[in-house]
Design a protein around this ligand. Structure first.
Ligand code: AMP
Length: 392
């Protein structure tokens, strides 16, 4: 178990907290502040200990001057200040006198949010490339480094791996909670069921290989199901096909005959568009049809399999949930999970977005804030962002 903020003496210290404030923004307004809300426990804990708090985060990708305008972090300072009911000073630079002065003038309990760390990417990818000079400079602003950005743990960037090279470091309360919930999946109560959906098998090979031996059943829907169905010999029409993984699919189907459950019916359309589809048995698809959601019989089979589950892990939607005509399969199974006695962990941006739209997030055991980080952790990979954080 990694050291957390509770294991270090942060009283009256300058703490740098790397948060994940990579929130969606439309027309200059934050459309979903979940990531800011999830960062509050660590910030509040530091406030209770009279620390001086320096917050850092990336926002979007910055490859041009226009990207800087689009990904200006100041809107986050405003929202955070509302949520905390406390002044948050925004520093519109990532280095230099303005930043250094602001830090030098801090009193206990003050909060500063530095401009988007990825502004440094315009000058030779200094943030994303883990530039150690910049890391040393950012580390010089504080006494202690707290990594609370779960969503970027799978990346080795200056603002996580870099700074933690130079300062006593620990994880924040959000990262602690995420790791606790996800590591539960390595030793889950059984039956342990996995639901996988989303677009491509190739994105989930590592996950399948790592979790198949550990789970009791794996229910597969979404676009990725069609490559497996094709491997089983069905005509999948114009549905999504991940050709280069066909051999892999044949192999895992052979080795896990009793474990893998595939759709028996689908909702299809002859165009990839949000118009009403037709429910068809999986044996009835014609060459020009595209399966865009799982059908009602498949939903029932999934429900039956989930009925006695004690643990469920879900990554990837079961249909094109962005289209209102093809969200039903995903929504029906999400709703069912709120009615059974299983600990459900959702990981990955799309299924979390679907669960948020379906209003079920507060009825499930854990909603992981990181997509890539969640998958890499579950694949058993070491997360670079944790490398320099000592064990307890
Ligand atoms: P992933 O990032 O792999 O979890 O994929 C998420 C994407 O998969 C979403 O944008 C869905 O629209 C897409 N998806 C789910 N089901 C299907 C399907 N049957 N056909 C095409 N795309 C799908």
């Amino acid at each position: 178990m990694k050291k957390t903020v509770k294991d270090l003496n942060i009283d009256n210290k300058k703490v740098i907290i790397r948060c994940d404030f990579n929130v969606p923004i439309k027309d200059g307004k934050i459309t979903d502040d979940t990531r800011i809300v999830k960062s509050l426990p660590t910030i509040k804990y530091c406030l209770e200990h009279n620390a001086k708090i320096i917050l850092m985060s990336h926002l979007g990708r910055v490859k041009s001057e226009e990207d800087k305008v689009k990904n200006d972090l100041s809107v986050v300072a405003t929202r955070l200040s509302e949520l905390l009911d406390k002044k948050v000073t925004f520093v519109n630079s990532t280095r230099g006198e303005e930043l250094e002065q602001a830090v030098a003038n801090m009193n206990d309990g003050d909060i500063i949010l530095m401009q988007n760390t990825r502004y440094e990417d315009l000058d030779g990818k200094k943030e994303s490339g883990c530039d150690m000079e910049l890391a040393k400079y950012w580390a010089s602003l504080g006494d202690i480094f707290i990594n609370d950005a779960f969503g970027t743990l799978h990346r080795a960037h200056t603002s996580n791996v870099g700074i933690s090279t130079y300062l006593p470091s620990c994880v924040g309360l959000l990262v602690e909670k995420e790791l606790d919930a996800l590591s539960y999946l390595f030793n889950p109560d059984r039956p342990f069921m996995i639901i996988l959906g989303g677009a491509k098998v190739s994105d989930k090979i590592g996950l399948l290989q790592n979790l198949l031996p550990k789970c009791d059943k794996i229910l597969i829907g979404g676009g990725m199901a069609f490559t497996l169905l094709k491997a089983e010999g069905y005509n999948i029409g114009n549905s999504l096909l991940d050709e280069e993984t066909l051999d892999f699919c044949k192999k895992i189907l052979k080795e896990n005959e009793d474990k893998i459950i595939l759709p028996v019916d689908v909702v299809c359309n002859d165009k990839y568009e949000d118009t009403k589809g037709t429910i068809k048995d999986i044996t009835e698809l014609t060459d020009n049809e595209i399966g865009l959601d799982i059908g009602p019989n498949t939903v029932n089979i999934f429900k039956n399999n989930l009925s006695n589950a004690k643990t469920v892990m879900w990554n990837g939607p079961l249909g094109v949930y962005e289209f209102k005509n093809y969200v039903k399969g995903t929504d029906d199974v999400l709703t069912y999970l709120t009615e059974i006695n299983a600990k459900t962990v959702l990981g990955g941006g799309d299924i979390v977005a679907a669960a948020t739209a379906c209003n079920v997030t507060d009825k499930l055991y854990h909603i992981s804030t990181g997509g890539g980080a969640t998958l890499e952790y579950l694949e058993g990979k070491e997360l670079p962002g944790l490398k320099n954080i000592p064990e307890k």
